[in-house]
Design a protein around this ligand. Sequence first.
Ligand code: RB5
Length: 160
Amino acid sequence: MEKFSATIMNASHLPSNGTLAFSSDHGGYDLKEFLKKAASDWGYTTIDCGTHSPDSVDYPDYIEPVVKEVLKGALGVMICGSGIGMSIGANRFKGIRAALCMNNHMAQLARTHNNANVLVLGERLMGKEESLSCLDTFLNNTFEEGRHTRRVEKLDEFGC
Ligand code: RB5
Protein backbone atom coordinates (compact mmCIF):
# COMPACT_ATOMS: atom_id res chain seq x y z
CA MET A 1 0.00 0.00 0.00
CA GLU A 2 2.88 2.41 0.70
CA LYS A 3 3.94 2.53 -2.91
CA PHE A 4 0.58 4.12 -3.79
CA SER A 5 0.07 6.30 -0.74
CA ALA A 6 3.25 8.19 -1.61
CA THR A 7 1.50 9.60 -4.66
CA ILE A 8 -1.20 11.34 -2.66
CA MET A 9 0.19 13.57 0.04
CA ASN A 10 -2.88 15.65 0.61
CA ALA A 11 -6.35 15.04 -0.77
CA SER A 12 -7.32 18.71 -0.62
CA HIS A 13 -5.88 19.56 -4.06
CA LEU A 14 -7.91 16.91 -5.85
CA PRO A 15 -10.78 17.49 -8.30
CA SER A 16 -13.40 16.67 -5.74
CA ASN A 17 -14.30 17.98 -2.34
CA GLY A 18 -11.79 15.52 -0.84
CA THR A 19 -14.58 13.11 -0.03
CA LEU A 20 -14.97 9.61 -1.39
CA ALA A 21 -18.30 7.83 -1.04
CA PHE A 22 -18.08 4.05 -1.15
CA SER A 23 -20.67 1.34 -1.55
CA SER A 24 -20.78 -2.32 -2.42
CA ASP A 25 -22.97 -5.36 -2.27
CA HIS A 26 -21.72 -8.58 -0.64
CA GLY A 27 -19.75 -9.39 -3.81
CA GLY A 28 -17.68 -6.25 -3.34
CA TYR A 29 -17.67 -5.98 0.44
CA ASP A 30 -14.08 -7.10 1.13
CA LEU A 31 -12.66 -4.86 -1.56
CA LYS A 32 -14.72 -1.90 -0.33
CA GLU A 33 -13.31 -2.30 3.15
CA PHE A 34 -9.77 -2.55 1.77
CA LEU A 35 -10.05 0.50 -0.51
CA LYS A 36 -11.88 2.58 2.06
CA LYS A 37 -8.98 2.08 4.50
CA ALA A 38 -6.45 2.97 1.79
CA ALA A 39 -8.34 6.14 0.86
CA SER A 40 -8.55 7.15 4.49
CA ASP A 41 -4.79 6.60 4.85
CA TRP A 42 -4.29 8.81 1.80
CA GLY A 43 -6.11 11.67 3.53
CA TYR A 44 -9.60 11.44 2.08
CA THR A 45 -12.76 11.79 4.03
CA THR A 46 -14.60 8.55 3.38
CA ILE A 47 -18.32 7.90 3.55
CA ASP A 48 -19.44 4.29 3.74
CA CYS A 49 -22.86 3.87 2.17
CA GLY A 50 -22.93 0.11 2.88
CA THR A 51 -23.23 -2.73 2.76
CA HIS A 52 -21.83 -3.28 6.23
CA SER A 53 -21.34 -7.04 6.25
CA PRO A 54 -20.67 -9.86 3.78
CA ASP A 55 -24.29 -11.04 4.01
CA SER A 56 -26.13 -11.29 0.71
CA VAL A 57 -27.90 -8.09 -0.36
CA ASP A 58 -29.24 -6.55 -3.59
CA TYR A 59 -26.74 -4.26 -5.29
CA PRO A 60 -29.37 -1.76 -6.58
CA ASP A 61 -30.01 -0.78 -2.97
CA TYR A 62 -26.45 0.55 -2.63
CA ILE A 63 -26.34 2.89 -5.59
CA GLU A 64 -28.49 5.91 -4.73
CA PRO A 65 -26.76 6.71 -1.40
CA VAL A 66 -23.46 7.18 -3.27
CA VAL A 67 -25.18 9.09 -6.08
CA LYS A 68 -26.47 11.60 -3.53
CA GLU A 69 -22.95 12.20 -2.20
CA VAL A 70 -21.49 12.52 -5.71
CA LEU A 71 -24.09 15.10 -6.66
CA LYS A 72 -22.94 17.07 -3.60
CA GLY A 73 -19.30 17.02 -4.81
CA ALA A 74 -17.76 13.74 -3.70
CA LEU A 75 -16.27 11.16 -6.01
CA GLY A 76 -17.90 7.74 -5.80
CA VAL A 77 -16.55 4.20 -5.67
CA MET A 78 -19.02 1.36 -6.21
CA ILE A 79 -18.07 -2.30 -6.12
CA CYS A 80 -20.02 -5.46 -6.84
CA GLY A 81 -18.93 -8.90 -8.00
CA SER A 82 -18.49 -7.95 -11.64
CA GLY A 83 -18.99 -4.19 -11.49
CA ILE A 84 -21.63 -4.53 -14.16
CA GLY A 85 -24.77 -4.19 -12.06
CA MET A 86 -23.46 -1.16 -10.21
CA SER A 87 -22.44 0.60 -13.41
CA ILE A 88 -25.76 -0.07 -15.14
CA GLY A 89 -27.63 1.28 -12.14
CA ALA A 90 -25.44 4.30 -11.44
CA ASN A 91 -25.58 5.57 -15.01
CA ARG A 92 -29.36 5.83 -14.84
CA PHE A 93 -28.98 8.88 -12.61
CA LYS A 94 -28.62 12.25 -14.30
CA GLY A 95 -25.24 13.83 -13.61
CA ILE A 96 -23.57 10.50 -12.88
CA ARG A 97 -20.79 9.28 -15.11
CA ALA A 98 -19.86 5.88 -13.72
CA ALA A 99 -16.96 4.02 -15.33
CA LEU A 100 -16.34 0.31 -14.86
CA CYS A 101 -12.55 0.03 -14.96
CA MET A 102 -10.49 -3.15 -15.20
CA ASN A 103 -7.04 -1.59 -15.38
CA ASN A 104 -5.07 1.63 -14.98
CA HIS A 105 -5.49 2.73 -18.54
CA MET A 106 -9.26 2.60 -18.25
CA ALA A 107 -9.13 4.47 -14.93
CA GLN A 108 -6.97 7.17 -16.49
CA LEU A 109 -9.22 7.58 -19.53
CA ALA A 110 -12.33 7.58 -17.38
CA ARG A 111 -11.08 10.72 -15.65
CA THR A 112 -9.19 12.50 -18.45
CA HIS A 113 -11.69 11.95 -21.29
CA ASN A 114 -15.01 11.13 -19.65
CA ASN A 115 -14.77 13.16 -16.45
CA ALA A 116 -16.16 10.11 -14.66
CA ASN A 117 -17.33 10.86 -11.15
CA VAL A 118 -17.83 7.25 -10.05
CA LEU A 119 -15.24 4.49 -10.30
CA VAL A 120 -16.85 1.05 -10.54
CA LEU A 121 -14.88 -2.11 -9.81
CA GLY A 122 -15.63 -5.83 -9.90
CA GLU A 123 -14.14 -7.64 -6.93
CA ARG A 124 -14.55 -11.09 -8.46
CA LEU A 125 -12.66 -10.06 -11.59
CA MET A 126 -9.78 -8.06 -10.15
CA GLY A 127 -7.09 -8.47 -7.53
CA LYS A 128 -6.76 -6.09 -4.59
CA GLU A 129 -3.50 -4.52 -5.75
CA GLU A 130 -4.89 -4.00 -9.26
CA SER A 131 -8.00 -2.38 -7.80
CA LEU A 132 -5.93 -0.17 -5.51
CA SER A 133 -3.87 0.92 -8.46
CA CYS A 134 -7.04 1.76 -10.41
CA LEU A 135 -8.29 3.88 -7.52
CA ASP A 136 -4.95 5.65 -7.25
CA THR A 137 -4.96 6.38 -10.98
CA PHE A 138 -8.57 7.53 -10.93
CA LEU A 139 -7.85 9.98 -8.12
CA ASN A 140 -4.65 11.33 -9.63
CA ASN A 141 -5.99 12.21 -13.05
CA THR A 142 -8.12 15.18 -13.97
CA PHE A 143 -10.46 16.01 -16.83
CA GLU A 144 -8.57 17.26 -19.89
CA GLU A 145 -11.47 19.49 -21.00
CA GLY A 146 -11.00 20.80 -24.60
CA ARG A 147 -12.84 18.62 -27.11
CA HIS A 148 -13.96 16.30 -24.30
CA THR A 149 -16.05 19.00 -22.68
CA ARG A 150 -18.53 19.12 -25.55
CA ARG A 151 -18.82 15.33 -25.55
CA VAL A 152 -19.39 15.04 -21.84
CA GLU A 153 -21.96 17.84 -22.01
CA LYS A 154 -23.81 15.80 -24.62
CA LEU A 155 -23.74 12.79 -22.31
CA ASP A 156 -25.12 14.87 -19.49
CA GLU A 157 -28.10 15.83 -21.63
CA PHE A 158 -29.22 12.18 -21.36
CA GLY A 159 -30.71 10.76 -18.25
CA CYS A 160 -33.75 10.40 -16.13
C1 RB5 B 1 -24.02 -10.87 -6.81
O1 RB5 B 1 -23.97 -12.27 -6.78
C2 RB5 B 1 -23.61 -10.34 -8.17
O2 RB5 B 1 -24.58 -10.63 -9.11
C3 RB5 B 1 -23.33 -8.88 -8.11
O3 RB5 B 1 -22.31 -8.63 -7.18
C4 RB5 B 1 -22.86 -8.21 -9.39
O4 RB5 B 1 -21.85 -8.92 -9.99
C5 RB5 B 1 -23.92 -7.79 -10.31
O5 RB5 B 1 -23.67 -7.20 -11.36
